[in-house]
Every structure is written in C-alpha cells, then in structure tokens.
Design a binder for this molecule. Sequence first.
Ligand SMILES: *Cc1c(COP(=O)(O)O)cnc(C)c1O
Length: 406
Amino acid sequence: MTGFTSKILHADRRGRIEHGSIHKPVHTAVTYAYDDAHDLAAVFQGDQPGYTYGRQVNPTVTALADKVTLMEQGVVTAAFGTGMAAIGTTFFALLRAGDHVVASSFLFGNTNSLFNSFAEHGIEVTFVDATSTDAVADAVKGSTKLVFVETISNPRTQVTDLVGIGQLCRDRGLIYIVDNTMTTPYLFQPKNVDASLIINSLTKYIGGHGNALGGAVTEAGNFDWSTFPHIYDNYKKGDPSGWAIQQIKKKGIRDFGASLGPEAAHHISVGSDTLALRMEQACANARVITEYLNAHPAIKKVYFPGLPDHPEHERANELFRYPGAIFSVELTEMDCFEFLNKLDLVICTSNLGDTRSLGIPVAHSIYFEMGPERRASMGIDDSLVRFSIGIEETDDLLADFEQALR
Ligand SMILES: *Cc1c(COP(=O)(O)O)cnc(C)c1O
C-alpha cells in the first residue's frame, strides 16, 4: 500500500482502536483514572505510555498527530490548538535569549509579527530573502540556532530555495524549520530537503473545511538533537530523534497550554482523509484560472508559481507535485473592492486552503497593520487581491471570474 490516501484512510483502524471503530472516536474526558497508583506514577515519570490530563495529551489528538506523521513520513508529531501555537511554542521550547534566528522576509503576517515579539524577548531575528540561499548564508553567525522558512510565501508566492537552504543548515548544524502549510504533505514533503521540523497549520488544507483550528509540528528525523545545547536532561530519553518533540510537548504544550481539543482534532482528521482529492481539484482549478486571468486586460499581474514568467517557476516544478492553489493578482484600473464585490461564488474572507474559493484585498486587511512602507518593501501593491482556490467545478469558477471582470 503506497498511495497517500490509502495510507491515511486506514491509519486509525490499523492502530488498536475501541470496538473495531473505523476511525478514532472523540474522547472528551479531561482526566484518566488508574486502579494502581504505581501506574499513574509511571505514566507521569515517562516510564509507561498513558494519559494523565487533557492539556497534555488526549487519544483523539494523538491519533490525528500520528496521521500527520504518516502524511509527512516523519518520526513523531505534536499537535496544537492553532498553527500559530505550533510555531510559537516550538520557538519558546527550543530557543533562549541570545540565540539568533534567520527567517524568510516573506512570511505569513502573524508569524512575522510573532517573530518581532520574540525579538523583544531577546531572541534576535534576521529577515532575509529566502529565495536565495546566499542571502540566508550571509546572515548566519555564531549564535544562529535556527532557520525558518515557508515553502511558498503568500500573498506574492515566492518559492523558497528549499534544497539549498537545507544543505546549508546541514553543513552548519542549524535547525531547519519548514512551514509546509501552503503546499501540504501531498504536494511536498520537507523531510526530503533536510528539514528538521515541519510546521503545518491544520486549519488550512489538512482540515480543509474551515470548521476547526489546529496546528502541528512534525519531527522529520534529519537533525541530530544530541548536538543541540538546549535540550533538558529530562527529555533526553530514547532515540535523540524524539527529544525535541518531547521538549516541545512538555515545555510548549503542557506548560504553555496551547493544546488542541478532541472535537477539533476529530473534524480535522475527517477532513484530512480527502486531502489528496481536494488538492488535485483545487490545483487544477488554480492552473486554469491563472491562465485565464494572466491573459485578461483588466489584470496587470498574476503571481503564481505555475506561470512560466514566475521567477521561481522551474524551482516550483522541480519541488512540488503542483504549484499550489493560491495566487494573487494586481488590477490595471478596476478597484479591488469592486472586483471582490462582483465575485459571487468566490467568498470575500480571510483564511486559505478551504474547500470553497476565497479572496481578500491584502493591503487593506491582513497586511494593513504593517503600514505602507513595510508593504512596499514586500512588494504588496494596494490593488493586490489574494485568492485561495477551492474545489468547485472549474467552469463555475471561470464563469464567476468572467462576469466579475466584464
Ligand atoms: C494560517 C497559517 C499559519 C497559522 O495557522 P493558524 O492555524 O491560523 O494559526 C501559519 N503559517 C501559514 C503559512 C499559514 O498560512
């Protein structure tokens, strides 16, 4: 059995599961009883598997985390209440004041804001153009511990030099964190470019239905954590490939409380069963629509790695199964608000990776807080509209764009 969907569809059932249930049930109990107090102590001390308290661990959440591990072909996964919680608590658990991080300057807006907060707490962050490995290499110094990138940036769809940076991180012994949210493990597996830890916002494509928030950090198995100075002795149990996630679970989830709830985990798990099918349709739609828009006189520019004039078109072709289903456009004359208001099927909203097609005026919403100067430095035009294309029938979407631009 090698297919992406065959594997994840049957993942729960092949574990030990209650009553022969075909997927993991929703376990809502916050706490777990032990007949013998010795067993409780053994679980607390990490000598025996088991459940203690819902903030730390829950069977439904663990089943979802295992499914994400399978999708990423990783070692082990920690699940969180949101994608932001996954990123924030990973930094909190692994880094110390005085450490230095090199991050892509084209990050998801809230991640960018979060890293600026970490900078205020003594973790130095240098933002560089991660489409170039040289730019990352130039920023690395003695105190650098970690490099953080996204696969495809949004909204301008820059494609990171994932292979080159992976090689650099391996040569220099740096932790390499890749946020795979835009591509998902169906289009790309960061494990294959030497990523140490893989971030996924489960809220987006993996859940897919816009009905639950969640996040995940997956250990890829490429980094030797026995060389990393900030792992506490308590978490140096077993193979070093599990140490970082162990520390993230204890310091990040247990102490920080960024836990994923069982109902949300269940929604996300059911959604994830159809990830591959949804990506196939969404990516095929995005290809047809970007070709149409690219040739339309009302559209000044389409930013999409699938188009031959995209600066990283070749790289995207080499790395990803498809170049994704998210793109942005700049308009020639039409007002971006008018454009969005005329679209009927495409919903004007934030979020991405939904089954439905979504559009948002970037400068006026998600990038508003940054101010005009930072937006200009990131190449965010005032007319820029970002689209996350869903799984509607292609002809219906095309007809909607046609009537809106008429
Ligand atoms: C949405 C998103 C996040 C944050 O995920 P949430 O689940 O919304 O907290 C992180 N990274 C990327 C690339 C995203 O698109």
